[in-house]
Design a protein around this ligand. Structure first.
Ligand code: FAD
Length: 406
């Protein structure tokens, strides 16, 4: 192979490039990234960088010399506008067409605006380094902040804004925060963390209007008006796949891949934009798309390794990880390993809900996920049980043994 094209120069794209080189690929790697920056880390954008504790240099994923060592044909500040899966040709905004013997798509995701979201000064969304620095400047004036959406990014912004001295209200349509990631019962527990720290979290309210002329002045939700100088819209992300509309790839809330991350011959996908079949879950595998750091890193490396296997005539390895994410809100470090569904049984097996604790999530007699709050060493050991598809009873027994030992 003479050239591999990697679309998206962030976590999954960078890990793909590194995995290609460690896998022995010596040909050209063209890495295309829409942002002008070298690959950087997003988690600090709602935490240490937003708070002002870190400066932008600290979020770089690799030192300049490490990037240079990869010997990339790097095209930053360059948007890929089209792709043809049959010929594996990527077209750039300049009209340049680049053909790859292999292509890895890692264009991530982008914040979803509200329907009819007005274009007012002070209404912002958070995804990029530039978004974070802009919001940080706004928070410095201690504005009244309304966060729309109590998902994990919205709640992290709320916590950081409160810690920088802003008054903060979070408005959420669902009955509890973080419903998708944690379910209702544990979502309530997260709401209490915010409550204790002075953030007002209003759930079960629908935002019907964002007010202002040039600048935002408030939000109407559930029939009430909330004054606001800054409104952060954090209602979720969509996979960045618009540029693939005519590519011939199957798109369904992400790029549809098989269990080895292959979307079409010689075309692989990784990170927030990839939808694939994880054989570790469900009877015949579960289709999933994950919007978290650990998956983007591992999947980028796996997609690249599978592309190289493919071209070497070796069977690619199915990508079947146990999903994991973390979120830092005030002093709470939330960690979740596995999958949560709305209908899970949830059992607290260690600690207490108003401090540090571990809770198991199970369904159909099997362990499905484990939540830990501020007990970092207690969560990852359950990964092994999830890989083994442990029964609910075995998981409870394990938890009891751990509790006895500690
Ligand atoms: C504020 C914030 C905080 C987070 N905190 C956590 C956390 O605490 N824990 C956790 O587990 N996860 C967290 N995440 C999620 C995690 O950062 C993402 O899952 C991860 O960044 C996904 O990596 P990716 O490479 O798939 O996509 P992205 O990081 O989205 O990168 C995709 C890149 O592709 C570029 N791109 C898109 N379209 C094109 C195109 N057409 N042409 C060229 N380039 C293109 C984009 O500009 C972008 O740079 C956070 C995310 C954000 C935004």
């Amino acid at each position: 192979m003479n050239r591999i094209v990697v679309g998206g120069a962030s976590l999954a794209g960078l890990r793909a490039c590194e995995s290609l080189r460690t896998g022995g690929y010596t040909g050209t790697i063209t890495l295309i990234g829409a942002e002008p920056h070298e690959p950087y880390d997003r988690p600090p954008l709602s935490k240490a960088l937003l708070k002002g504790d870190w400066e932008p240099e600290r979020v770089q994923l690799r030192k300049p010399a490490e990037i240079e060592g990869l010997g990339l044909d790097m095209r930053l500040g360059m948007v890929a506008t089209a792709f043809d899966a049959a010929s594996r040709v990527v077209t750039l905004q300049t009209g340049e067409a680049i053909a790859g013997d292999g292509v890895i798509i890692a264009t991530g995701s982008a914040p979803r605006p509200l329907a009819g979201q007005p274009d007012l000064d002070g209404v912002v969304m958070l995804r990029t380094l530039d978004d974070s620095l802009d919001l940080r400047r706004r928070l410095a004036d201690r504005p009244k902040v309304v966060v729309i959406g109590a998902g994990f990014i919205g709640l992290e912004v709320a916590a950081t804004a409160a810690q920088t001295g802003c008054s903060v209200t979070v408005l959420e349509f669902a009955p509890a925060p973080m419903m998708r990631g944690l379910g209702a019962e544990m979502g309530e527990v997260v709401a209490r963390v915010h409550d204790r720290n002075g953030v007002s979290v209003r759930c079960g309210v629908e935002v019907t209007d964002i007010l202002g002329d040039d600048r935002v002045t408030g939000v109407v939700a559930g029939g009430e008006k909330y004054d606001a100088d800054v409104v952060v819209v954090g209602v979720g992300v969509s996979p960045a796949t618009q540029w693939l509309a005519d590519s011939g790839l199957e798109l369904r809330d992400g790029i549809v891949c098989n269990d080895s991350l292959c979307a079409a011959p010689g075309v692989y996908a990784a990170g927030d934009c990839a939808r694939w079949v994880n054989n570790l879950f469900g009877e015949a595998g579960e289709e999933m798309r994950i919007e978290h750091w650990t998956n983007a890193a591992e999947q980028g490396a796996a997609a690249a390794a599978n592309l190289l296997s493919d071209f070497a005539g070796v069977d690619p390895i199915p990508y079947a990880p146990v999903p994991f994410f973390w979120s830092d809100q005030f002093d709470s470090r939330i960690q979740f390993v596995g999958r949560a569904h709305g209908d899970d049984d949830v059992r607290v097996v260690m600690g207490d809900l108003d401090g540090k604790f571990v809770a198991l999530y199970g369904h159909g007699g099997r362990l499905r996920g484990v939540l830990g709050v501020s007990l970092p060493r207690m969560v990852m050991p359950y990964r092994k049980l999830l890989v083994e598809r442990a029964s609910w009873d075995d998981a409870i027994r394990h938890a009891e043994e751990v509790a006895q030992r500690t």
